[in-house]
Write a protein that binds this ligand. Structure first.
Ligand SMILES: [Zn+2]
Length: 121
């Protein structure tokens, strides 16, 4: 099991005019961050995506369509944005495996020590 998803971490309403429908009521900047989840861990990556969209005409405004006002606001918002810290959190199945490995290592060490002490003349 592996899930790789972009999760919305911040949404900012922009007062800019939409290059598609010229309305200034629906522009929105969305910050998405990539999260990976497997059976053994949950991971937050540094991979950030920015999307500017207009809710009035329901379209995504790509960087090629941005005017200087949108660019300025975007740069400002990008600086103001603090992403979630990249991290990795282990889940229960991982701890069970770590525990089993630890027990196995202790067992191997015990056997080696035991053999070591008994084979000596
Ligand atoms: Zn629009």
């Amino acid at each position: 099991m592996k899930q790789d998803k972009l999760i919305t971490v911040k949404e900012v309403v922009l007062k800019n005019y939409c290059p598609e429908c010229y309305s200034n009521e629906g522009m929105q900047l969305t910050f998405k961050q990539r999260f990976i989840e497997t059976t053994f861990y949950r991971r937050i990556t540094n991979d950030i995506k920015h999307i500017i969209s207009c809710k009035t005409c329901d379209s995504v405004i790509y960087p090629v369509q941005w005017d200087e006002h949108i660019e300025r606001v975007f740069e400002y918002q990008k600086k103001a944005f603090t992403p979630k810290k990249a991290s990795r959190q282990f889940k229960k199945p991982a701890y069970i495996i770590f525990a089993l490995v630890a027990v196995a290592l202790i067992g191997i060490a015990a056997i080696l020590i035991y053999n070591g002490t008994t084979t000596e003349p």
